[in-house]
Every structure is written in C-alpha cells, then in structure tokens.
Ligand binder design. Structure first.
Ligand SMILES: [Zn+2]
Length: 234
C-alpha cells in the first residue's frame, strides 16, 4: 500500500467518525426534547413561540397536543383597538415568573397588558376563545377576575377588571365577545382599586392528572396581535 492510499483510508475513517458522532449527538438532542413534559419550565416559558411552533416535531406528543389545542381555540387579542382614538394603545413585556410580593413572594403567573391611558373602565376586554365562564367575582389577588374554560379544558384567566359585561358563571361565551372593562382592582378586600396602574392580567393554565400547569401567555399574545378587533371607544 502506498502512502497516498493509506492517507485516503485514514481520511475516510476520520470523516465517518465525525459524521457518525454528529448523527448520534443529533439523535441525543431529539430524544431529550421528545421527553420534555408540559411541566418543564422551558416548555412553559417558551410556550407558543415562533421557534416552538416551527420545531414542534421536537416536542413530546403531549406538548404538541397542548400547542395544537391553543392554536385551535385562541382567536382574538383580548383588548380591541379603538376606532375613535388611535392613541389608546396597550403595551406589555415578557414578565412570566417575574417576582411579585403581594400576599407572599411568588412568581408572576401571566402577562400584564398595560393601558397607555391609566383610566379604569375605558378599555374593553374581549374573550380570546370560545368557552364557558367557570369563575367570576372578587379575589384579593386578582380583583374582579374571571376564568374561561374551553371545550378542550384550557383555562384562561383575566384579572383586575373594572366591571363585567352581562355575563355570569356558567355563561357560554364566543371568542371576541365583550367580557368587561380593564381596571386596577385587587390587592385588598373587595372593591380595592389604585394599588397599581390599570392593566389586564392574562394567565393560561392546563390541567393534567389533577395538576395545574401555568404557561407563559406572552408569545401567544404577540401572535394574537395580528387579530385585534376594532371597537368604538374613547
Ligand atoms: Zn399580572
């Protein structure tokens, strides 16, 4: 065997070794992600991000099912645009699991949609999904809050309202239906207002085997901005 043949054999062996290792480590990554449960913090934090929806084959079947469920049921951004005053905007940041201290130190289980104009009772709040009003009324933490459960069992939580539309526990609602008006209620006994700026707190929960799993609503809200209703308010 001459020198160049030997070199070629060594080169090919090296090439196969590198390719083989990459292939194996690739499979390793896929297997780890496939085992990801919906209770995993990374899944909950990145829920509904473009990246997650673009690489859903890497998720476990269960995680994929929850993603599909929300894709099917979530229709509208919860705060419509004003046709009368374009300056009535809203803004929000990704603050999921940020620290909150009212009623004990805890992580923020949702996204706060802030009203650019800090006026309670002005901005309408509409349902993101079809569903049934499963909770309504005062909570010290959430103020005038309501919860909507969809046919697939996702729970959408809306908090700190100023007032409710004509709805009650057990009422069926349609996506886009008026639920009430944005406010600053909560952080005290019934009727407390003004402990923070006017905003809508949105939370999303799944229930599995008696366990409550809260996911970050931020990426879904970003997605739903493409689907804002228009209401006449000012
Ligand atoms: Zn909040």
């Amino acid at each position: 065997m001459n020198g160049s043949k030997l070199f070629m054999i060594i080169f090919l062996l090296a090439l196969f070794t590198v390719l083989g290792t990459e292939k194996l480590s690739d499979m390793g990554v896929h297997n780890t992600e496939k085992k990801r449960k919906i209770s995993d913090e990374e899944f909950r934090d990145e829920f509904f991000s473009d990246r997650m929806r673009g690489r859903r084959e890497e998720l476990s079947p269960q995680c994929r099912q929850y993603l599909r469920q929300v894709e099917n049921e979530a229709v509208y951004f919860p705060v419509p645009e004003s046709t009368l005053d374009p300056s009535l905007e809203t803004s929000y940041a990704d603050s999921w699991m940020g620290e909150r201290t009212y009623a004990g130190k805890r992580g923020h289980e949702g996204t706060d949609i802030m009203a650019d104009r800090n006026q309670r009772g002005l901005y309408p709040v509409v349902s993101i999904t079809d569903g049934v009003i499963s909770n309504i009324g005062w909570l010290d933490k959430g103020g005038y809050r309501l919860g909507i459960t969809t046919a697939d069992g996702t729970y959408y939580y809306y908090a700190h309202l100023d007032s409710y539309a004509n709805i009650k526990e057990g009422s069926p609602v349609k996506a886009g239906e008026l639920l009430g008006y944005m406010g600053d209620s909560g952080y005290g006994p019934e009727g407390t207002t003004g402990q923070f700026d006017v905003h809508l707190h949105i939370g999303i929960y799944f229930y599995q085997d008696g366990e409550e799993i809260n996911v970050n609503p931020y990426h879904l809200l970003k997605f739903l901005e493409n689907n804002k209703l228009k209401y006449a308010y000012s």
